[in-house]
Ligand binder design. Structure first.
Ligand SMILES: [Zn+2]
Length: 178
């Protein structure tokens, strides 16, 4: 069965897909999704194999033309609004990091934030960025100790690897002192 053909057959007749996000069902028109071809749902329409479809959603039923996503139905309301208006808004009860993860999942870009929310978004990101920086320095330390263990078993002639390790140590020291 060629799934691309299923889509084109359907697009000549009933031009919609059924989206099921965490139990929340919504019928969405092809024309609405095609306005944003880079988004996850827009890309779904271009899939020509089952594998490609399952790369974009968690499960699907070809007979029902229903696509399942294990994501927050609450946030999906904001995604729906994005398809209708071309703008995304910060979601109530969602921290900025989760918000970024959600829009990345759905393939929506930060530049689609509406003006009313964009200033707040960048302020929150700055605060979150400072906190993430602390976490990152821990990760660098972990990484550098892991790579030096690898290097002990590697050839000593490999100067590049030692240089890399030296840089990583210095970097983690710099990060620690900030
Ligand atoms: Zn807004």
């Amino acid at each position: 069965m060629v799934y691309g053909q299923v889509f084109s057959q359907h697009s000549s007749g009933d031009c919609f897909i059924n989206v099921n996000v965490g139990g929340f069902k919504q019928q969405m028109e092809h024309t609405v999704l095609q306005r944003f071809p880079q988004t996850r749902l827009g890309r779904l329409l271009c899939c020509s194999s089952k594998e490609a479809i399952l790369d974009l959603c968690d499960d699907f039923s070809p007979s029902e033309m229903e696509f399942y996503f294990d994501r927050s139905p609450h946030f999906f309301c904001y995604v729906l609004n994005f398809y209708l208006t071309g703008k995304i808004h910060l979601a109530d009860g969602l921290c900025v990091i989760s918000f970024v993860q959600e829009i990345e999942y759905w393939g929506i870009k930060e530049r689609h934030l509406d003006l009313c929310c964009s200033n707040k978004f960048y302020e929150l990101m700055e605060v979150a960025g400072d906190k993430q920086w602390d976490q990152m320095s821990d990760e660098v330390q972990l990484h550098s100790s892991a790579s030096s263990t690898e290097e002990l078993s590697a050839s000593e002639d490999n100067i590049e690897m030692f240089e890399g390790s030296w840089c990583a140590d210095v970097r983690s020291n710099i990060l620690d002192s900030t």
